[in-house]
Design a protein around this ligand. Structure first.
Ligand SMILES: [Cu+2]
Length: 729
């Protein structure tokens, strides 16, 4: 494969096409990447064959992605079943992905090349919620040992989501126009989504519009119980302008996302408004010396929280909370093919985040007046990252990848203010202590600026002894600095601390300015066996072991009653180990009956705090996804069996709930002819009652029931009939 375009992102592009060429995605879908339209500039790797792409990742694109759009409006949920991926429950469109047991901020999530900092103390607007699923054209997942070129300031790996690149008119075509309309319905919760896209282009300029809207009510669990605070409503609009000439391409993109509401069943608050405005720019160019990929991004998010009806509404003012975040940055990556054997990648990036988080006073409230509570006042987090990476093909059998990276992180924040500076609130017998006043004084008196100088290393070798086997092994040291809330959330009071935390446990969290960055040392190997043509069968096994120095865990500093506790972020050493196994085989293939494939993925992980002996939080128990799939022409159907073992190992310090084992069956079928695609399916066919192990606690229902006893785990969704229709024109 040769191309004028050898962008720095090419390594990952190759990973995707590698999975697609193999005809296998570990989730069991026959992932087929839609070939780039001839008129758009292809991003093809300098690597001669996708089989040589390092390290082995997994991806989603084309029809594999299209089939999943029917069942969810949550981009993170599209990743279900990819090796090593698990999901922390959060709002209906805001799940937080974890890779090999390490979740939330530990994952480097890039949307069109840009990280998006959480603009909420509960991470209600994580990066993957910032793009509509229908706007996603490609998802790549690199877990564990990831190249330093994929990003820093993360220890779990990288999830990269890209919107569709601009499409241009083919040579000889005067004006190119194309468009697509799609609609989805999900019976459980009466979820409805619609999306429209349109492009008009000539051979040098391309203009594209994407719009989508999605809403759902509360879903029902398998036992028929309506699960409160699981509703959402989100709208996404984006415009993409592309220009290309002589091996150079410029893309400008801007958009607005509005989320009028999203319920959070595991949180004490709900999202009552979220607006995000963004502008992205990208330049890709090919030169005699190699390829250049430059990106710049700016985003502002305004976020409001209060109680939706399910949590009692805003009678009496509720508890208004507001967050405003600005993200801005750039990245420059150059790929230099030094020789037939060696490729050098170098890059530099700058990331800036500014965060304000304030809670307006509520008139007449003893607890929440007379002042504005400042949770984070002018918090800033800046990062400069620089890397160099050398890939070498020593022989057809041996490839190595060696990278080093430095990230310098500066953080600071302004003085804070409690609702009241009085040490106790109320009078006489009614008076109660107000620890926030003393906390704020102490916080304001101390130095808060922090600088972390972080170093990452990745070393990988791949040996391909034959055309049916490959083994890859490596080591990575990866570092993440704390986020603004982990260092600077300061209130230890029951109400103030319980407003902070993205763990779905309704516990209270308090920041710690003395936190050190967490450093993960991972060794891992991937063994893959397949038939020579990579068509009829494949087995892949990836065991891994990670030792994390200064893992950011918690220590208990108080209790909130009814099993809820107050926790302070604290560094501990920890280990994680586990394995991902995936396999696929063609069971039957002929012209008349089509192709039948059986595939499966199994994930297993354990994590332990070495200082306390406690389990790490939100480790997915043993789980498997088995898919039997049939494909004939444009017709594609599947039966999925999703099985999860009992979760017994839980983090005691957070009172993490145990969950029973379960098995779910999903059915889906899709037909594509010409410009029309129709999908239908049944999720949770047998209407099983079950509890996702990382789903968090059912706080909204617990509260509605009078806050008696302790909150149980959040029930998952019962049976849902789903349908989708897409028309291209
Ligand atoms: Cu929020």
């Amino acid at each position: 494969m040769t191309s004028r375009f050898t962008a720095a992102g090419a390594l990952r592009a190759a990973l995707l096409s590698g999975a697609a060429l193999a005809g296998l995605s570990p989730a069991g879908t026959l992932a087929q990447t839609t070939p780039s339209p001839a008129q758009s500039l292809p991003a093809i790797s300098v690597i001669a064959s996708p089989d040589d792409a390092m390290p082995a990742g997994s991806g989603l694109g084309g029809s594999g992605l299209a089939a999943r759009l029917t069942s969810t409006s949550d981009v993170a949920a599209l990743l279900r079943g990819l090796p090593g991926v698990s999901l922390y429950g959060n709002g209906g469109v805001s799940s937080l992905p974890a890779l090999n047991g390490l979740g939330a901020d530990r994952v480097n999530v890039l949307v069109d090349g840009a990280p998006i900092a959480p603009a909420c103390p509960n991470q209600m607007n994580p990066a993957l919620s910032a793009i509509a699923p229908t706007r996603v054209s490609k998802v790549e997942v690199l877990a564990g040992i990831t190249p330093v070129s994929a990003g820093g300031d993360s220890i779990a790996g990288t999830i990269s989501v890209e919107s569709a690149p601009p499409v241009f008119a083919a040579p000889g075509e005067a004006v190119h126009t194309e468009g697509k309309l799609s609609a989805f319905y999900r019976s459980n919760g009466h979820g409805v989504s619609g999306a429209a896209e349109a492009t008009v282009a000539n051979d040098t300029v391309s203009l594209r519009y994407d719009g989508s809207w999605s809403r759902a009510g509360n879903y029902e669990a398998g036992n028929g119980q309506t699960v409160r605070s699981t509703l959402y409503n989100v709208q996404d609009n984006a415009v993409t302008l592309g220009a290309q000439r002589d091996g150079h391409r410029l893309t400008l993109q801007g958009g607005i996302q509005t989320m009028p509401y999203q319920g959070f069943p595991t949180q004490r608050m709900d999202l009552t408004d979220n607006r995000s405005l963004f502008v992205n720019g990208r330049y890709e160019g090919s030169f005699d010396w190699g390829a250049l990929d430059v990106r710049a991004n700016w985003r502002r998010t305004g976020h409001s929280m209060n109680f939706l009806e399910d949590k009692g509404g805003t009678a009496g003012g509720g508890m208004p909370m507001d967050t405003r975040t600005t993200d801005a940055g750039y990245s420059v990556k150059a790929t230099l093919p030094l020789s037939a054997r060696d490729t050098l990648r170098v890059g530099n990036e700058f990331r800036h985040t500014h965060l304000d988080d304030w809670w307006d006073p509520v008139a007449g409230s003893m607890m929440m007046s007379p002042l504005t509570y400042w949770n984070v006042n002018g918090g800033t987090r800046n990062r400069v990252g620089t890397f160099a990476e050398w890939e070498s093909r020593w022989s057809p059998a041996w490839t190595t990848l060696l990278g080093v990276r430095n990230d310098v992180v500066w953080m600071d924040t302004g003085a804070v203010q409690p609702y009241s500076w009085q040490n106790s609130l109320g009078m006489g017998m009614m008076a109660m202590a107000n620890p926030d006043a003393a906390d704020a004084r102490a916080f304001n008196a101390r130095g808060r600026g922090r600088t972390d100088v972080n170093f990452d290393v990745t070393a990988l070798a791949r040996y391909t002894p034959s055309d049916s086997s490959a083994i890859e092994a490596g080591y990575a040291r990866k570092t993440r600095s704390p986020n603004l809330y982990e260092r600077y959330a300061w209130g230890t009071g029951g109400m103030s601390s319980s407003m902070n935390g993205w763990f779905g446990d309704a516990n209270g969290y308090v920041g710690n300015p003395d936190l050190k960055p967490e450093v993960a040392n991972t060794v891992s190997t991937t063994l893959s066996l397949h038939d020579a043509a990579r068509k009829s069968w494949e087995v892949k096994l990836t065991p891994y072991y990670t030792y994390v120095q200064n893992y950011i865990d918690v220590e208990r500093i108080g209790t909130l009653g009814n099993g809820f506790v107050t926790l302070r972020f604290a560094n501990h050493d920890a280990i994680l180990f586990g394995a991902n196994l995936s396999a696929a085989a063609t069971v039957h293939e002929d012209e008349a009956l089509g192709t039948v494939r059986l595939s499966g993925a199994v994930g297993w992980v354990q994590g332990r705090n070495l200082d306390t002996g406690d389990a790490l939080y939100h480790m997915m128990p043993l789980n498997a996804l088995v898919t039997l799939e049939h494909r004939l022409g444009g017709w594609n159907s599947a039966v999925e069996l999703q099985a999860t073992a009992r979760k017994e190992r839980v983090e005691a310090v957070r009172n993490e709930p145990e969950t029973p084992s379960y098995a779910l069956v999903n059915l889906r079928t899709g037909y594509e002819w010409g410009n029309v695609r129709v999908d239908a399916g049944i999720e949770n066919l047998f209407d099983q009652a079950y509890y996702p192990p990382l789903g968090g606690v059912d706080y909204a229902d617990y509260r509605a029931g009078g806050s008696r006893g302790t909150a149980g785990p959040l029930p998952g969704a019962g049976r849902s009939f789903v349908a989708g229709l897409a028309v291209k024109f």
